[in-house]
Design a protein around this ligand. Structure first.
Ligand code: HH2
Length: 281
């Protein structure tokens, strides 16, 4: 695993897994149905997550679930900007989850240290912005758009193809002058992947190590956990979400993106202690 992930003023030594807490300032996210739509609740939730051990808070103002209502730029900015500003003012590492360069730019100015782009910096304006700043970058794999991605979930070898597509995203970012040490890659669980694809990616996560970049896994409360367990309420998928976080870290993930920070931090601490206690490591 690479030794470091550079994110503006935050330099993460990747000697333990990082936990990224999710704060969706949306009325319609699949996982929490608007729990943090109110900016004061969003900030309070983020501060609580930081106290519970989150290393990064990921703030998003647009749901990417299939069928989500489109959000115009002004609305997205209004949802995220004051929240990012307030959380960052507490010295917390904030990531902005956006596909839009104008939103990312404003959030960087407000103190965000990471841009998390589910489209893998597909928009040239996003790549140009990334090249002009020193923020950390999360480049996620997806195909198409949230509304079309399900029809593009067709692979001969999902791991080989997603890995190759992530490699070409990383190459494109480096060719644009971006220091590779700023780049974190994400296979995009649930984005243009069905349940079998998600499970195979998780089972073979170790094969992404050859990309030479830290890996982020965002599986928390996602539909495939419901399909495996029969649990239809996203909020009640905590057990499955923790299982995925623990298994992802065991297979080399550097960052897990989760809704339930306190429980995930606890699970990872116990797993790490068990690993520590193993003789002849
Ligand atoms: N998943 C979601 C959103 N952003 N970013 C990264 N890097 N990786 C992910 O897997 C990822 C992401 C979707 O989850 P959520 O934010 O909980 O839901 P919604 O898009 O409905 O707001």
């Amino acid at each position: 695993m690479p030794a470091k992930w550079r994110c503006g003023p935050f330099d993460f030594a990747l000697d333990r897994p990082l936990v990224m807490g999710i704060v969706n300032t949306t009325p319609d996210s699949f996982s929490d149905g608007g729990a943090c739509f109110d900016p004061r609740t969003a900030v309070a939730t983020a501060l609580e997550m930081a106290c519970d051990g989150a290393d990064i808070i990921d703030v998003g103002g647009e749901s990417t679930r299939p069928g989500a209502a489109a959000v115009d730029l002004r609305e997205e900015l209004e949802r995220v900007l004051s929240v990012v500003d307030e959380i960052a003012s507490h010295g917390i590492c904030v990531s902005v989850d956006t596909r839009h360069a104008a939103v990312a730019r404003a959030c960087l100015d407000a103190g965000a240290a990471i841009i998390n782009d589910v489209t893998g910096f597909r928009d040239p304006a996003m790549t140009a912005l990334a090249a002009s700043c020193d923020a950390g970058l999360v480049a996620m794999h997806m195909r198409g758009e949230p509304d079309t991605m399900a029809s593009l979930a067709s692979y001969d070898d999902v791991v080989a193809e997603v890995r190759a597509e992530l490699a070409s995203i990383a190459d494109r970012l480096v060719a644009a002058g971006i220091d590779a040490a700023r780049i974190c890659l994400d296979p995009g669980i649930g984005f243009a992947k069905d349940t079998a694809h998600n499970l195979e990616i998780l089972a073979r996560l170790g094969e992404f190590a050859r990309l030479g970049r830290p890996l982020l896994v965002g599986a928390s409360r996602k539909r495939f956990i419901g399909e495996v367990t029969g649990e239809t309420t996203p909020r009640l998928r905590l057990g499955g979400s923790i299982a995925v976080a623990v298994e992802s870290v065991a297979r080399g993930a550097a960052v897990v993106r989760v809704h339930d920070v306190r429980e995930t931090v606890q699970a990872l601490a116990v797993t790490a202690a068990i690993e520590e206690a193993r003789p002849c490591r």
